[in-house]
Write a protein of this length. Structure first.
Length: 128
């Protein structure tokens, strides 16, 4: 199966839908949203780099999520104002948590694993 930007885009949009849904249902733990955020970042980076090796996408995604999380330690006035907007709150978050780092790590590892399994499975099906 050829890696397609369209395929990755649809997965990206579906993950956004699941992430929003996870915040609306009180029975779903909050870490699920952070987990899905990391999966979304993985596929967002994948949209722009469909032919790059999955290991590189894994690394770029992890660094991106970690940087966004550590950026939450910065409390400049302009950054606080940005975080008070829907966009800023959704993309940048509100406060640093080590549990978010763990959720991001597992989310990206999950996306990486699913991609590897899916591509291996579809490649085997095509060649069989």
């Amino acid at each position: 199966m050829k890696k397609s930007r369209i395929y990755y885009f649809f997965v990206f949009v579906f993950i956004i839908f699941l992430g929003i849904l996870s915040r609306k249902i009180p029975q779903i733990p909050l870490w699920i949203g952070d987990f899905l955020y990391a999966v979304m970042i993985y596929f967002l980076i994948r949209i722009f780099n469909p032919s790059k090796k999955a290991q590189l996408i894994f690394l770029i995604s992890l660094i991106t999520c970690y940087c966004i999380e550590f950026l939450q330690l910065y409390q400049g006035n302009w950054m606080i104002e940005l975080r008070n907007t829907l966009f800023g709150r959704s993309v940048l978050g509100q406060g640093f948590l080590w549990s978010d780092i763990i959720a991001y790590t597992f989310g990206i590892a999950f996306a990486f694993s699913i991609e590897k399994i899916t591509l291996k499975y579809t490649t085997n099906q095509v060649s069989a």
